[in-house]
Design a protein around this ligand. Structure first.
Ligand SMILES: [Mg+2]
Length: 382
């Protein structure tokens, strides 16, 4: 069995899919993308495929992973790690389809029957949180996530801190004590500001507070974790085990590796194991498309320290296309009381609507995150 072709498809709203084909007709799909850098990752995918995959046996997944991540002198970072991630997903998809088993079965079998998921409320500049949370409770979700703030001073003032607290209070009032919300800070505060903002959230007991500091300030994360009783989460911008270790050592309670950024199923499984040795959970980041979510679910079902899954159905980024648009059988992503059921199909467990993907290829408007500025005109974290 040899890999004969690797194709990529840039599809709305902002996703990139890859398709690996073999000489005996097996096909595997993956989602190698960095939000806002789809074209750059696309180039990396084809470079890696040409150098390491074409002509090779797709079943040597770990060997391919080693070569793709270490076979070039310069390593790591979002672009290369995301290119590897999508290709790794597609190789696991082929392995599962060839053996007639879902990937989580190949990784030891299921440890749970359903995976809890949360959805986003509030957009980039959260307002009207109360109504949106109520709508998700009505839809059956047991957890939501929202941004902690809009654009924020690095050192928040009293009014900004009150706003952070007021939104959390509104969410808690709607959710009651038996449901959860998480708050994402997106590194919009400085570390000193984050300590104060996390303290403002304490009375409302969010499930976790995410990215209180930017990943480049992970050496300051311990200051935040030591200051609060709230669980601190981070990891969507960490790309492998060695990136993740300092966050765990700083006391992160929840790691959020992204199956399409952090080296795919192979590496995210190892990140989960690493987290387990710190008694930390994983809540995989996934504001992306159907293959990223499918890969996340495969990990969720074989990972004991899985906490909850992010997913992008209805998210504010999805304009022009939705996650379900590219799936032939949508049942696999149907929510049951805010949970996704164990996928039983082979490989990643989803059937891609290849016609829809080919038709959509190239029609994506290039997506970039907003660039924010402070009132004085200087750069502000988004
Ligand atoms: Mg986040």
């Amino acid at each position: 069995m040899k890999i004969t072709r690797v194709e990529t498809f840039a599809v709305p709203p902002r996703w990139l899919f890859c398709r690996i084909e073999t000489d005996d007709g097996a096909v595997g799909w993956g989602e190698p993308v960095v939000e806002g850098r789809a074209d750059t990752v696309r180039t990396a995918v084809h470079e890696l495929a040409g150098q390491f995959l074409i002509g090779a046996d797709p079943r040597r997944i770990e060997d391919h992973w080693q070569l793709m991540t270490k076979g070039s002198f310069y390593r790591g970072g979002p672009v290369l790690s995301s290119a590897v991630a999508g290709l790794d997903q597609a190789l696991w998809d082929i392995a599962g389809k060839t053996l007639g088993a879902p990937v989580h079965q190949l990784l030891g079998g299921p440890v749970r029957d359903r995976a809890r998921a949360y959805c986003w409320v509030g957009g980039d500049e959260p307002a009207a949180v109360r109504d949106q949370v109520a709508a998700q409770v009505e839809a059956g979700f047991t957890a939501v996530k929202m941004n902690g703030s809009g654009r924020m001073n690095r050192l928040p003032n009293v009014a900004e801190l009150s706003e952070v607290a007021a939104r959390a209070q509104a969410a808690r009032e709607v959710l009651g004590p038996g449901r959860d919300f998480a708050v994402d800070f997106h590194g919009r505060f400085s570390a000193a500001g984050a300590v104060r903002a996390v303290a403002a959230l304490e009375p409302y007991a969010p499930m976790f507070v995410e990215e209180p500091v930017l990943p480049e300030y992970t050496h300051l994360l311990g200051r935040v974790t030591a200051s609060t009783t709230l669980p601190i989460a981070t990891g969507e911008r960490l790309f492998n085990r060695t990136d993740s270790l300092p966050a765990l050592q700083a006391g992160a309670a929840v790691l959020q590796p992204d199956l399409s950024h952090a080296g795919g199923i192979s590496e995210c499984r190892r990140i989960a194991s690493l987290a387990e040795t710190f008694d930390a959970a994983i809540a995989p980041h996934c504001p992306l498309g159907p293959l990223a979510l499918a890969a996340s679910l495969q990990l969720a079902f074989c990972t004991p320290n899985f906490l909850i899954q992010e997913q992008s159905i209805g998210i504010h980024y999805n304009t022009g296309a939705e996650l379900l648009d590219y799936i032939a059988d949508r049942e696999v992503f149907r929510f049951h009381d805010g949970h996704l059921l164990r996928p039983t199909g082979p490989g990643l467990g989803v059937e891609i609507d290849e016609k829809a993907v080919r038709k959509a290829d190239g029609s994506a408007k290039s997506w970039h995150n907003p660039v924010w500025r402070h009132p004085d005109g200087s750069f502000a974290e988004w």
